[in-house]
Ligand binder design. Structure first.
Ligand code: LLP
Length: 431
């Protein structure tokens, strides 16, 4: 368990979840600042063993709240972004543009322009077409675009197919057998400056081998390129390291194993190169929980439903990836009978895929009981929607005994603010 109990009540730092629910309502995403700093620093300490210049570019897509960005940038993080929205958020939150790497398979012209103007560290380029686009824009702006080429190493990350990105059948990166050609082509473009090489094979990876297989292929490639007088300054290993949603203790073990193995390989094979990592989940996931209240207890055909006020629009991972998240009752003192029952924890949305957990063995639950869904700090709030015209929940962060609101509940009117009943658009020539 990531969050501790005090007298039977689950707490975040010095504050218990009952108080938070009373002040902010539910559903509510709750993060711990202490845990955020702890997980980032642990990662950083492991990375520094690598004995090369290094930079963590936290993958913003995991959680892009500006308060989170602000905390991470203050403790030295760079950022991996995938859109102009993410870029502007980093700038707003005080992040350093020189520590930004820009990933993504289809960056639009406006996005590229803005990133070039603010002087990001480098573009992780995923196609020949993108190189052309970058070069043309850089010429127009009388600028140079720094690039790493994202290579698709054709490695099976052995994770959920939706989040597997390193196979040759995936849309990501340039196929490894086209890599030399890609570097030679990049070299021929006047306003492109080659900085490095990048790969990212997927997410929620729990085995070290796929990373090693990819790294071995990439190191061979770096050596080949070196012989062709293409020298690289950056090796970006992407993100992807998974967490164990069931047993938090295994987290350190996996990270240690990952770093000790990659350190050894990098140390033995390459020198004078900056190592970049793009972790998202492995830093953020266990910093946050989703607090939700039981609205209705329903029993049908020997099955118990606890229908809570957080739906798949508030947290989509179980519905989308069939993901398993630990679910706990906040206040054990309220449990009247210590009788354990199986429950399906479901939301209020009109879909049968709207569940947060199935067949959970919990103490007998009552209406109004509070539950927490664990390990939702990554790919939680960022994947929310307004489906069923529901307000997206608030987000708060706790710092010792202080609570900070970092995002308000959507306000009801904002749900249709950008809609019109019949706004006539003049001068549209359809034929
Ligand atoms: N770098 C790139 C280029 C990526 O595409 C991603 C994640 C990361 C880094 C960070 O990966 P991480 O360390 O977080 O595994 N919504 C899914 C996860 C999608 C991941 C997409 N790319 C989920 O909820 O499991």
């Amino acid at each position: 368990m990531t969050f501790k109990r005090d007298k039977g009540i689950l707490c975040v730092e010095n504050i218990n979840f009952l108080k938070i629910a009373k002040i902010f309502g539910t559903p509510c995403y709750v993060y711990s600042k202490k845990k955020l700093i702890k997980y980032f620093n642990y990662y950083k300490s492991q990375l520094s063993l690598i004995n090369h210049p290094n930079l963590i570019c936290y993958a913003l897509k995991a959680n892009s709240n500006i308060a989170i960005i602000n905390i991470l940038s203050k403790i030295g993080s760079g950022f991996d972004i995938v859109s102009i929205g993410e870029l502007e958020k980093v700038l707003t939150a005080g992040g350093d543009p020189k520590k930004i790497v820009y990933s993504g398979v289809a960056k639009k012209k406006q996005e590229i322009k803005r990133a070039l103007k603010v002087g990001i560290k480098c573009f992780n380029v995923e196609s020949f077409q993108e190189m052309d686009r970058l070069n043309l824009i850089a010429i127009k702006l009388k600028n140079k675009a720094n690039i790493s080429i994202r290579i698709n190493p054709n490695v099976d990350a052995k994770t959920h197919p939706y989040i597997s990105t390193g196979l040759k059948t995936n849309k990501f990166g340039i196929a490894i057998d086209k890599a030399e050609e890609a570097y030679i082509y990049a070299k021929s473009l006047k306003n492109i400056k080659i900085l490095g090489i990048d790969f990212h094979i997927g997410s929620q990876i729990l085995k070290i081998n796929p990373f090693l297989e990819a790294l071995d292929n990439i190191i061979l490639l770096i050596k080949k390129l070196y012989k062709k007088k293409i020298k690289l300054n950056i090796l970006d290993l992407g993100g992807g390291l998974g967490i164990n949603y069931k047993k938090i203790k295994l987290y350190k073990y996996l990270i240690k194993k990952y770093f000790s193995t990659i350190c050894e390989i990098i140390f033995a094979n390459i020198h004078n190169i900056e190592i970049i990592l793009e972790p998202g989940r492995s830093i953020l996931a266990n910093t946050g929980v989703l607090l939700t209240k039981i609205e209705i207890i329903k029993k049908i055909n020997f099955k118990n439903f606890a229908i809570v006020d957080a739906g798949m629009n508030d947290f989509i991972r179980p519905a989308f990836y069939n993901a398993w998240h630990n679910i706990k009752v906040v206040d054990l003192n309220k449990v009247k009978y210590y009788k354990n029952l199986f429950y399906d924890i479901v939301g209020p949305i009109c879909e049968s895929s709207d569940f947060l957990g199935k067949k959970r063995y919990l103490n007998k639950l009552s209406q109004k009981d509070l539950l927490v869904i664990h390990s939702v700090g990554a790919y939680g709030f960022v994947m929310c929607s307004n489906y069923n015209t529901r307000k997206r929940p608030s987000e708060i962060i706790v710092d010792k005994n202080k609570i900070f609101l970092i995002r308000e509940f959507d306000c009801l009117k904002s749900l249709w603010k950008q809609e019109y009943i019949n706004r006539y658009v003049k001068n549209v020539n359809l034929f």
